[in-house]
Design a protein around this ligand. Structure first.
Ligand SMILES: Cc1cc2nc3c(=O)[nH]c(=O)nc-3n(C[C@H](O)[C@H](O)[C@H](O)COP(=O)(O)OP(=O)(O)OC[C@H]3O[C@@H](n4cnc5c(N)ncnc54)[C@H](O)[C@@H]3O)c2cc1C
Length: 431
């Protein structure tokens, strides 16, 4: 399969330059990671007059933020009934409302900062892989309407052609609130906005160690970075699936999971409209799910955790084969269409599959988006910035128990991923 092993979105954007000056001696807030979380926080803190520096181990926006599917989705990874039984009705309602607010937050930010990232409220479509899944859609829509006052539309199988040019599904569920965007353009726009607000963004600046220190008699942190040392009054960790040894306590709470994408050559207009007549963000109802969409230039972008292990040439190659077969199963019309790009990235799952934002070892963090990070990372980055700047902690995930691995059997290297992959494959087979 002759494709380029590179990120399609990167060919559509120019990232703003990082700061080439030497590091200052001290800042108020040091942020690790230049994705949606870190940059949304940096922009907001800098706008409030805080001296803030972002440290990125690679290039600006290098992590999941510039390599994802660009789906800006309502809801969370776990179903509403699981959330209610775990956290109660009121807390669940607040979390669900936050998922809706997070999309408004992206839309407003894109408008305020004039970010040309093809943001469009195209809605999402969930498609049922089995008749029982479709029956579950009705229960789920009814529960979301009742508990969260948010309405979804059921699409029976005989009407599904108005939503998707595929015959393999048993019905669908549409949410008109969701949106799509070009994630690399969005993260580049956020970086520009953070710089314009006064934040310093340093690339090739991995933070190797963070030690407690004191400054002017008060507590502070001393950071050792690839660009030299720096002192910071507060640290915000926004490293998501790439969280590493600099923050070992957080690393032990995050499972890095590989996710992979293939993108086809551009399709003729008529074929693109046949595959996705309403340009929805589409995902299926399996645990080991596929999700897919059209890009603004009429390519099909098709995503799945085909390998589970983080990205490298071998997992990308294997995943590209699997994803291409998956794509043709959904859309036989694409049997002869070449795949032009293939790449991978790393998702951050916590052990309870929930986002978490708070303070650990004296440092602030926001992680655990589980594949729903485009909107939620922006939202929690901004909420944490307010909190760091002395405001109230208004994030609805504050105070949730933040579990580590059962029996503590995890040091940050996910030895159990192949087993988890098998478990979910079996689950998809039997349920
Ligand atoms: C293939 C794929 C598809 C996805 N599709 C979607 C989707 O369609 N919709 C959706 O909502 N979500 C999706 N996601 C998830 C979403 O992209 C992420 O949740 C989101 O981008 C996380 O943003 P972030 O800023 O927290 O982390 P990231 O963007 O991952 O940024 C973390 C950064 O931290 C840096 N870093 C790590 N350690 C250090 C250190 N010690 N010092 C300095 N820097 C460090 C890394 O280099 C990295 O750039 C997808 C993810 C992947 C991988």
């Amino acid at each position: 399969m002759p494709y380029q092993e590179r990120i399609f979105w990167h060919d559509t954007v120019e990232m703003p330059p990082a700061c080439s000056e030497p590091l200052p001696q001290a800042v108020d807030v040091a942020i690790l990671g230049s994705g949606f979380t870190g940059l949304a926080a940096a922009r907001m803190l800098a706008k409030q007059g805080t001296r803030v520096a972002v440290f990125e181990a690679e290039t600006l926006g290098w992590g999941a933020s510039s390599r994802n599917g660009g789906m800006v989705l309502t809801g969370m990874k776990l179903p509403l009934e699981t959330l209610i039984s775990r956290y109660g009705r009121e807390a669940t309602q607040r979390m669900y409302a936050a998922s809706l607010a997070s999309i408004d937050c992206v839309e407003q930010l894109v408008a305020q900062e004039n970010i040309a990232c093809d943001f469009v409220r195209c809605g999402h479509l969930e498609v049922a892989c089995k008749p029982a899944h479709f029956e579950g859609f009705a229960r789920s829509a009814e529960k979301i309407a009742r508990e969260c006052n948010h309405s979804l539309r059921i699409v029976p199988r005989n009407e599904l052609r108005s939503e998707i040019g595929s015959n393999i599904y048993f019905g669908g569920l549409v949410d008109e609130t969701s949106a799509g965007l070009n994630p690399a353009r969005y993260v580049a726009g956020l970086a520009r906005a953070a710089v314009n607000a006064g934040a310093l963004l340093f690339d090739r600046a991995r933070v190797h160690a963070i030690d407690r220190a004191s400054r002017n008699g008060g507590p502070a942190f001393q950071l050792t970075t690839a660009r030299g040392p720096i002192s910071a009054r507060e640290v915000f960790v926004a490293t998501s699936g790439y969280t590493g040894r600099a923050t070992p306590a957080l690393q032990k709470k995050i499972i890095p999971i590989g996710s992979f994408i293939v993108v086809t050559d551009p399709l003729p207009d008529a074929l693109a409209r046949e595959l996705s007549p309403r340009n929805r963000m589409i995902y299926d109802s399996k645990n080991f799910l596929y999700y897919y969409r059209l890009t603004p230039d009429n390519r099909v972008l098709f995503v799945g955790s085909a390998a589970f292990s983080p990205e490298n040439s071998s997992t990308i190659r294997r995943s590209a084969e699997i994803l291409r077969r998956g794509m043709v199963d959904v859309y036989p019309q694409l049997a002869q269409t070449p795949v032009a790009y293939a790449w991978g990235g790393t998702l951050d799952f916590c052990f309870d599959i929930m986002p978490h934002a708070g303070k650990l070892d004296g440092m602030y963090y926001a992680v655990g988006y589980a594949g729903h990070g485009v909107a939620m990372a922006t939202y929690l980055g901004m909420k944490m910035a307010q909190f760091i700047a002395g405001g109230r902690d208004e994030n609805p995930f504050a105070g949730l128990p933040f579990p580590g691995a059962p029996l503590g059997l995890y040091n940050g290297r996910p030895w159990f991923l192949p087993l988890a992959g098998m478990y979910y494959k079996v689950l998809d087979w039997i349920s």
